[in-house]
Design a protein around this ligand. Structure first.
Ligand SMILES: NC(=O)c1ccc[n+]([C@@H]2O[C@H](COP(=O)([O-])OP(=O)(O)OC[C@H]3O[C@@H](n4cnc5c(N)ncnc54)[C@H](OP(=O)(O)O)[C@@H]3O)[C@@H](O)[C@H]2O)c1
Length: 414
């Protein structure tokens, strides 16, 4: 097909006859064609961004593609905080392949930065490279910078289009987008349970409620997280390692993540995995004034002990989230048990739930519940979920949703 043929013909829409459209039709079809190819290339840029899952914190995941005459000149993604941004990687890739980027279109999943951070502003490099058009999925979530980069590009005479696959880009960086605004981590409460909401038997046995497929899937949640948190009873009952282990992600060796134990009375056993394995410098034990000094000293020999203030007979969770946010923890995964989940859910410190349901029923009054504690006393007090998504994982059901607020807040907003 010749380059003069109408754009949709190239997509196989069947315009094989001689084209006789009016100029208005032709303009409309050209715009439609551009929208289709913008979406196609942005989807590829998002796939590149996802390659760095769990590696970029406290930076977002970003991908970029350079295109000229429908041909990809260069690809790039942000690999790790401190390393070049996605746009720079794509420009370098194009240069290495001997392509001129003059007149090209840059597809980038996040607004190019316009300020000096650990790396120089990407807007400078984009302008210097002679890029004609920049297509952006999402604007910078930081209110201080939002739109600043786009404005610089427009003032330099570059055509800018925004909002292509914006929702997808924002989903990808859900945790970063929260942290950059609130300066506290985005919190996901994750549990593996039976259909009747039990995470362990009455005897405390929880291995393995869900299928190997679900457990592998759950490793992706760990990989995306900067820190994994559990209550001390889970350490005592399960002795977990709380590392990232995955066969499909080429990670033969476990990857370390910050591991946090809520342990107000410093009861964590000194021979537990998290205090004795190779990642013990990554373990934080959160204690309060209720912890005996000798126990604290013993824990300090193996890990970092953080003294937290108490609130309502528990660790002050909003304080803890602020403490973690200052240390650049953008994404916190809470992995049980039920008492810990209840503390997070009842103190409005949860942003997402990630529940795996196995087709099993434990029953009984004393089996451990996914959300324990006293529960909500009034209908108005229980947390409400929104944006619910469900997926089948092997024989199990994966259910994820945003925590909107308590029922009371939701009805008063309606
Ligand atoms: N299936 C699953 O997904 C899953 C995941 C994890 C665990 N589990 C199972 O769950 C069971 C343990 O759950 P659990 O509910 O008994 O205990 P847990 O949540 O693991 O630990 C609870 C304890 O942690 C401390 N704690 C938690 N949040 C706190 C807060 N905000 N402030 C102060 N202290 C806090 C308290 O210690 P103190 O008592 O010292 O004050 C509390 O008693 C085990 O049987 C385990 O196998 C299942």
């Amino acid at each position: 097909m010749t380059s003069n043929c109408p754009p949709l013909a190239r997509l196989g829409f069947g315009f094989r006859q001689k084209w006789t459209a009016t100029p208005r039709h032709a303009t409309f079809l050209r715009m439609l064609d551009q929208a289709v190819s913008d979406t196609k290339f942005m989807r590829q840029a998002l796939a590149l961004a996802r390659r760095a899952l769990g590696c970029t914190s406290p930076n977002p995941m970003v991908g970029a593609i350079l295109v000229k005459s429908n041909r990809i000149l260069g690809r790039g993604w942000h690999h790790r905080a401190g390393l070049p941004h996605a746009e720079i990687e794509a420009l370098r890739d194009a240069a290495q392949k001997g392509h001129s980027t003059r007149g090209a279109t840059l597809y980038v999943t996040l607004e190019p930065c316009s300020t000096h951070g650990r790396t120089p502003p990407c807007t400078d490099a984009v302008c210097k490279a002679g890029i004609r058009r920049v297509v952006v999925a999402a604007t910078d979530p930081n209110p201080v910078h939002a739109g600043g980069g786009l404005e610089i590009l427009r003032r330099s005479g570059i055509e800018v289009a925004t909002g292509i696959l914006e929702w997808e880009s924002n989903q990808l960086n859900e945790a970063f987008n929260h942290w950059i605004v609130h300066k506290t981590p985005f919190v996901t409460v994750k549990a593996a349970m039976t259909m009747d909401g039990k995470i362990a038997t009455a005897g405390g046995e929880s291995k393995w409620i869900t299928s190997p497929a679900s457990r592998q899937f759950a490793m992706r949640l760990r990989r995306a997280a900067d820190a994994i948190l559990v209550g001390v009873n889970t350490v005592i009952a399960d002795n977990p390692s709380l590392t990232v282990r995955s066969s499909d992600l080429n990670a033969r060796k476990p990857l370390g993540r910050l591991r946090i134990v809520l342990d107000p009375r410093a009861r964590t056993p000194l021979n537990s995995e998290i205090l004795t394995d190779a990642f013990c410098p990554l373990t934080r034990v959160i204690v309060t004034d209720a912890a005996p000094r000798r126990r604290i000293q013993a824990l300090e020999d193996c890990a970092t002990v953080v003294r937290a203030p108490s609130h309502n007979d528990g660790i002050d969770l909003p304080w803890l989230l602020q403490h973690l946010g200052v240390q650049g923890i953008t994404n916190l995964l809470v992995e049980g048990g039920g008492e810990t989940h209840a503390h997070f859910l009842n103190s409005a410190c949860t942003h997402r739930v990630a529940f795996f349901y196995a087709p099993k029923i434990v029953g009984g009054r004393t089996a451990r519940r996914a959300a324990a504690g006293d529960g909500a006393r009034r209908r108005e007090d229980f947390p409400i979920l929104k944006d619910v998504r469900t997926t089948r994982v092997g024989p199990d059901l994966f259910y994820t949703a945003r925590v909107a607020s308590s029922a009371q807040q939701t009805s008063s907003q309606a």
